[in-house]
Every structure is written in structure tokens, then in C-alpha cells.
Write a protein that binds this ligand. Structure first.
Ligand SMILES: Nc1ncnc2c1ncn2[C@@H]1O[C@H](COP(=O)(O)OP(=O)(O)OP(=O)(O)O)[C@@H](O)[C@H]1O
Ligand SMILES: [Mg+2]
Length: 274
């Protein structure tokens, strides 16, 4: 079960002087029960990729399939996308009404209780926050409410565009907790300029360069062969750079770690192998 992009090509303003190819033959999968982290320099096509996977931007060539069938357009509730700065799109009179809006529009049974459950899952107590105006929330709370609005649709696939930008460490932790919990039932793709905190949750990393996939693979694969990733104009997250450097100096790491304590253990175990 996967959300699959095959040979996707997206061009904005086709046939005009402002023509811009944003995706140029992208093939990848977001599998259920897994997290794909998408990185790339500004303008490399990350947001366009998510929009194409969500059926919001039509591809000029190639296709998107969901669990083996063509993606309906709009993709309705099967694919939920949380845009960059989604808190700007909150508009309900209360937080609960805002989060319940999507399921209500879809005619889902009991939108209210879906909204309550979604708020709980993003760590906002529905009793405390449900009756408040969305405009009274802090930035981090509003971000979580916006994510709850998408979760309330119970999408099989969840696409998050820079979900941690501008959040403090507890806000980031809350988003990471949501990703960790929701990963069990859904396929998740996260676009970010700061992949570091997502590494322990990432099943695969994809690096885009000028609308093409420069690298796709596991963290392990990335550390052992970082060349294509670096060639996309990116820097390895520090923990990974450390391990790549150790390997480059001949250390035989048994496995690549994504958390400091794990990495320390792996490096100590490899001591003397270089
Ligand atoms: N609506 C649009 N109309 C025209 N060109 C667009 C549009 N949206 C994106 N582009 C162009 O397509 C390319 C890819 O843009 P995209 O937003 O996908 O990049 P990104 O990797 O998400 O960048 P960032 O990290 O800055 O968010 C860029 O050259 C951008 O200028
Ligand atoms: Mg973007």
C-alpha cells in the first residue's frame, strides 16, 4: 500500500515566458506505515512534489497512484496535505469548529468527535482549547490545530510541508510526537530544511535537485554514500556527517545511528578499527 509518483513532470506557466519546470521525472513511493523525509535547496521542487502527490497540482506527464489506483482529483480525504504556515488558514469561530470543518464538509459521521480525537492526537486538550477562538492561539498551538484539521479527515497519507518551521523545541517535539504516532496507520511525507530531528523516524530520505531525485534511500545508505546528496547542494545533518567522516577515516561502523547516544556507542565500538 503506497502513494506512488511515477515519472512526474510539472511545469508552471507552460508556454509562456515565465515557464518553469518544477518537477522533472520524479519517481518515488510513500509507503503506509513509513516516513519519507524530503529535502532540497529552495526552489528544488519539494512543495510542488507534495502538491502533485495530493492531487492539487496536475502533472504534465507521469502519474500519481494511491494504493494501486489512479489518484482521484481532488484526492478528497485519502491524501491530507498540511501547507507551509497552515495556521494562516484557520478561520472557524472556535478551534473545535475549525477542526471539524473538513469532516463536516465530507459528510463524515460525527465530525465533532473526530475533531476532538484529532485535537487530542496533536496534544491540544479539546476541553481546554476546543471552545477558544483560533486567533487566540499561540503560533505553535495554531500549527497543531491546523494539523488536527487534516488529521480529522483520517487521511491514509499525510503530507507535511515544513511542519516545524518557527516552532520552539516543545512545539517541534509535539509535531514529532504526532508523526511518530500517526506513522503506524498512515504513510507520511515531510518536507523540511532541517531533517535532523526527523532522522530517528525517517524510513527513507529523498533529496531533490532541480526537480529531480538526486538521492533516495535510508539514513544508513546516505551515510555510507553521501556523494549524490552533497551534490544536491545539501549538507549532511551533523550526526550523520560525524559518522560519514569516521567511515571515511576507515572506522567500521556496525550500523549508522540517528541519536547521539546511539552514535557515541557505535563510534566507541568501532574504535581501533580505523
Ligand atoms: N505557482 C507557481 N507558479 C510559477 N512557478 C512556481 C509556482 N510554484 C512554484 N514555482 C516555481 O517552481 C520551482 C519549485 O518550487 P517549489 O515551491 O516546489 O520549491 P521548494 O523546494 O518547495 O522551495 P522552498 O524550499 O523555497 O519552499 C521554483 O522555481 C518556483 O519558483
Ligand atoms: Mg516549499
Amino acid at each position: 500500500m503506497a502513494l506512488t509518483a511515477r515519472d512526474l513532470v510539472v511545469t508552471y506557466n507552460r508556454g509562456t515566458v515565465a515557464e518553469q519546470r518544477a518537477l522533472d521525472g520524479v519517481t518515488l513511493q510513500v509507503e503506509r506505515g513509513s516516513v519519507l523525509v524530503v529535502v532540497g535547496v529552495t526552489g528544488s521542487g519539494k512543495s510542488t512534489l507534495l502538491k502533485a502527490l495530493a492531487g492539487i497540482v496536475p502533472p504534465e506527464a507521469g502519474d500519481v497512484a494511491i494504493d494501486g489506483s489512479p489518484l482521484p482529483r481532488p484526492a478528497a480525504s485519502a491524501v491530507g496535505m498540511v501547507f507551509q504556515n497552515p495556521e494562516r488558514q484557520l478561520f472557524g469561530e472556535t478551534v473545535l469548529a475549525d477542526v471539524a470543518f473538513g469532516p463536516r464538509m465530507l459528510g463524515a459521521p460525527d465530525p465533532q468527535s473526530r475533531a476532538m480525537s484529532a485535537l487530542e492526537r496533536v496534544g491540544l486538550d479539546p476541553e481546554e482549547f476546543g471552545a477558544r477562538s483560533p486567533f487566540s492561539l499561540s503560533g505553535g498551538e495554531a500549527r497543531r490545530a491546523a494539523i488536527a484539521g487534516i488529521l480529522a479527515l483520517e487521511p491514509a497519507y499525510l503530507l507535511l510541508d515544513e511542519p516545524t518551521v518557527g516552532l520552539d523545541s516543545s512545539g517541534r517535539r509535539a509535531v514529532l510526537d504526532v508523526v511518530e504516532r500517526e506513522k503506524r496507520d498512515r504513510g507520511i511525507a515531510i518536507v523540511t530544511h532541517h531533517p535532523d530531528p526527523f532522522l530517528p523516524l525517517a524510513d527513507r530520505i529523498c533529496a531533490l535537485k532541480e526537480g529531480r531525485v538526486a538521492f533516495i534511500g535510508t539514513v544508513e545508505g546516505l551515510v555510507r554514500d553521501p556523494g549524490p546528496y552533497l551534490a544536491a547542494g545539501l549538507r549532511l545533518p551533523e550526526l550523520l556527517e560525524l559518522q560519514a567522516a569516521a567511515i571515511g577515516r576507515g572506522a567500521r561502523l556496525e550500523r549508522v545511528g540517528t541519536e547521539p547516544s546511539e552514535v557515541a556507542r557505535a563510534l566507541l565500538a568501532a574504535r581501533g578499527t580505523s
